[in-house]
Design a protein around this ligand. Structure first.
Ligand code: 15L
Length: 269
């Protein structure tokens, strides 16, 4: 991979990833808003993901795409529909039309958020989205598989936990990923010769992990960061958060408890 496009370039994850990817690729950036830290000479194409022609202009001439764009938390259906359903379809379709070779799609742990924390899941577990946002990420994973097997794109979906400099609470001790480890996974998706369609969990080397990331390890992922190194500060921060029966039970946390009117009895498996 030589020239890559990063969508959602004005967002927080892109801000952390850009300096880690810049030594290895020529970066083109795209977003609906201009990144605050854009430097003179940066290759930036403004594009709304809901506008296929604009997305195709952003994709023209790149070898690979890191698709971070879209709505990054739960939101009203129309916002999710435009940014993450229509927008994700436009991204894959524009990639196909402009003959991009690879897409790394930022999926999310919320595609499987309704598994209980006591259960360890691999990438083959059926999706259990915890929100409209989680459903849109499951949709993106499904779309990626279609474009991989039908149209020959090489696609990697990363079910990202939480990207930050350090885990900020107890749940994040299980799902945190450092920017450097995320960059490592992105680079596997962009460059590994055997990628056709893969799902990896975007997590660091976390003792409390709920996910079996064997698939990523097979492709050479060797996370360097460990959530447990930040245990004391994360647990101290947790003390200040009110207990929540639903959020504390399920992997997706508060995404599960918002609007919850499901069974009184929580899922054991
Ligand atoms: C996500 O998918 C979100 O993009 C991020 O903002 C966090 O909420 C993260 O999940 C999380 O689960 O902590």
């Amino acid at each position: 991979m030589h020239r890559i496009l990063i969508t959602g370039a004005a967002g927080d994850v892109a801000r952390r990833l850009r300096p880690l990817l810049a030594p290895h690729y020529l970066l083109r950036l795209s977003d609906v808003r201009t990144p605050k830290d854009l430097a003179p000479g940066d290759d930036f194409v403004e594009a709304d993901l809901a506008d296929l022609a604009a997305v195709a202009r952003a994709c023209a001439g790149v070898d690979g795409i890191v698709h971070l764009g879209g709505h990054s938390v739960e939101g009203p259906w129309d916002a999710i529909l435009q940014a993450n359903i229509v927008g994700c379809h436009n991204l894959f379709e524009a990639a196909r039309r402009t003959r991009v070779k690879r897409v790394v799609f930022a999926s999310s742990n919320h595609a499987v958020g309704f598994y209980p924390r006591r259960r360890r899941i691999g990438v083959d577990a059926p999706v259990r989205p915890d929100s409209r946002y989680g459903v849109s990420k499951a949709f993106g994973e499904a779309l990626g598989a279609t474009y991989a097997y039908k149209h020959g794109l090489r696609v990697t979906a990363l079910r990202i936990g939480n990207v930050a400099d350090a885990p900020v609470d107890q749940r994040r001790l299980a799902i945190w990923i450092s920017p450097a480890d995320l960059a490592q996974l992105v680079r596997i998706g962009l460059d590994h010769p055997d990628i056709r369609y893969e799902i990896f969990y975007g997590a660091s080397d976390n003792e409390r992990a709920w996910w079996d990331n064997e698939a990523a390890f097979r492709f050479g992922y060797r996370p360097q960061s460990r959530a447990e190194d930040f245990r004391d500060q994360a647990l101290a921060a947790q003390e200040k958060i009110a207990p929540d029966r639903i959020a504390d039970w399920y992997q997706g946390g508060a995404f599960c408890s918002v609007d919850y009117d499901g069974d009184e009895e929580l899922a054991e498996r």
